[in-house]
Design a binder for this molecule. Structure first.
Ligand code: NAD
Length: 360
């Protein structure tokens, strides 16, 4: 394996500031932003991604080029590849693992449930086993999801809320991940931070997400379908801009070795923490569409459809006070500004002649 030789001799992985991070899912939306932010501040960063085919391989490859430009070392491989992971951990002494790889999406699980078991549960165990055996053990920060809250009557959601059984396979693999990481924390003293991201959006985002596909359809002059929840109420989401999420991830990493105050969920000697990372306020989907229309200076036809049991939850917003207190997390980008940045990026990216898959 040639990457192994290169990695071994690479000065880029040597820590400048005592931190070396394995970022899984580095070619993904959040992973690419986080990898670049860590690299830019001087951390040693190794990215791992299997470049799965769930959405636009070409977008992932372009993100990889961007990572190369920033000097992030990327390994093209699967977390479930036990041999590869052993080689990685024996080559680099990671102080932290930022585990962002996952099989994402909600609808895809209807036909492909095993993809979620494989990439969200089995691979998590493979990774935790490596961390357990490493000496010293790296601190783990990983992406859970706001979807673990499911359909609850009480909003905003708080970390200490009792959580009902999930309503999607995706959410159920994330909730299982929380249980598994908690068990590893108790049994083996691994430092664990689980981040419940809400709806993350921004440049280099995911084509399967609504704000992205709405933008594409508005520009194509095609109508969009806007779903409504129970009792014909508009769906609402807690939209959070990528730069704010990156700050939350970095702050989680920087505090991950330390035990936290009485407000947190602490067990045993190493910390086990869960944080909501969202914006803290709901925005309805029609309001999101209006902001996109304003930015694109175009109007769109909306088909409004009542949602009937497709497994999504109608109203989600979150209490972020624990992250504010413990991480100094404070979102600063409002939806108007964030979507303006996204639209600017979209027009630039898909306007380039070299971009092949316009129909992501
Ligand atoms: P993404 O799909 O863009 O990134 C995930 C990356 O992981 C992809 O590049 C994929 O190729 C890679 N991957 C998947 N399985 C892998 C495996 N077995 N081995 C190696 N690489 C693998 O998704 P994202 O939006 O960047 O999400 C990052 C994390 O945040 C995920 O864990 C996701 O569940 C979580 N999350 C995201 C959001 C959001 O709004 N984007 C919300 C809640 C939680």
């Amino acid at each position: 394996t040639s990457w192994h030789q290169t990695l071994r001799s690479s000065a880029r992985i040597r820590r400048h500031n005592g931190i070396s991070v394995l970022v899984t899912g580095a070619a993904g939306f959040i992973g690419s932003h986080v990898s670049i932010a860590l690299k830019n501040r001087g951390d040693g960063v190794v990215g791992l991604d299997n470049f799965d085919q769930y959405y636009s391989p070409s977008l992932k490859k372009t993100r990889r080029d961007l990572l190369h430009l920033h000097g992030v070392f990327i390994v093209d491989g699967d977390i479930n590849d036990h041999r590869l992971l052993t080689l990685l951990f024996s080559t680099v002494e990671f102080t932290h693992v930022m585990h962002l790889a996952a099989q994402v999406g909600v609808q895809y699980a209807v036909e492909n449930p095993y993809a979620y078991v494989r990439s969200n549960i089995a691979s998590l165990v493979t990774l935790l086993e490596q961390c357990k055996l490493a000496d010293p053990q790296p601190a783990i920060v990983w992406a859970s999801s706001g979807s673990v809250y499911g359909t609850q009557n009480k909003t905003p959601f708080s970390e200490m809320d009792r959580v009902d059984p999930p309503t999607t396979i995706y959410a159920s693999t994330k909730k299982t991940g929380e249980e598994i990481t908690h068990t590893y924390n108790r049994l083996y003293g691994l430092s664990i931070t689980g981040l419940r991201f809400f709806t993350v959006y921004g440049p280099w985002g995911r084509p399967d997400m609504a704000y992205f596909s709405f933008t594409k359809r508005i520009l194509q002059g095609k109508p969009i379908t806007v779903y409504r929840g129970k009792n014909h109420v508009d769906l609402a989401r807690d939209f959070i801009y990528i730069d704010d999420i990156v700050k939350g991830c970095v702050a989680s990493l920087d505090t991950s070795g330390k035990s936290i105050g009485s407000g947190g969920l602490k067990n045993g000697s190493a910390p086990y923490r869960i944080f909501n990372l969202g914006n803290g306020s709901p925005v309805s989907v029609p309001a999101l569409v209006t902001i996109l229309e304003e930015n694109l200076k175009m109007k769109v036809m909306k088909d409004v459809v009542d949602m009937c049991g497709n497994g999504d939850d109608s109203f989600a917003y979150v209490n972020i006070s624990l992250a504010e207190r413990e991480l100094g997390y404070k979102p600063t980008t409002d939806l108007q500004t964030g979507l303006r940045e996204f639209v600017k990026w979209y027009l630039w990216y898909y306007g380039k002649p070299c971009v092949q898959d316009r129909n992501v």
